[in-house]
Design a protein. Sequence first.
Length: 145
Amino acid sequence: MNFIQLSNSLFPILCVCKFYSIPSDISFIIFNFHINRSAQLIIDSWYNHVMIHNINLTYILSRLQLYIDYDPFGMPFYYYNLYDKKLGIAFNICHKYLNLNICDINWWINRVTYAFNGLTLHNHHDENFKFNYDAIAHFYKKLTH
């Protein structure tokens, strides 16, 4: 025996269908259309949430110039230019919008590591450097807590 589970959205549809004497098979089609539309609204909202809180942020960081250098043993390491003001702005945006529940923490920590790799190559008294360092440290604190 099949039972239809009543919900808050089903009751008004049944009342309207009964008032206008709409056959049950058409009422069922109307109900399925309503459910599918509601499900699509939830899917669209989730996609927009993921787009804002993860995909757009990874795109912003991937647009930053990544440099390569070699350590004394010949192993390559990557770093960001800490004099570039766009770096601090990008990490501040990421700090504001990143949702830790839907992201890959290791990917983000890897990007922060690239930023911290640039510490050994720069003058620590520049204003852009201080701004970028504060933004990166603030973002790293969000990732690790």
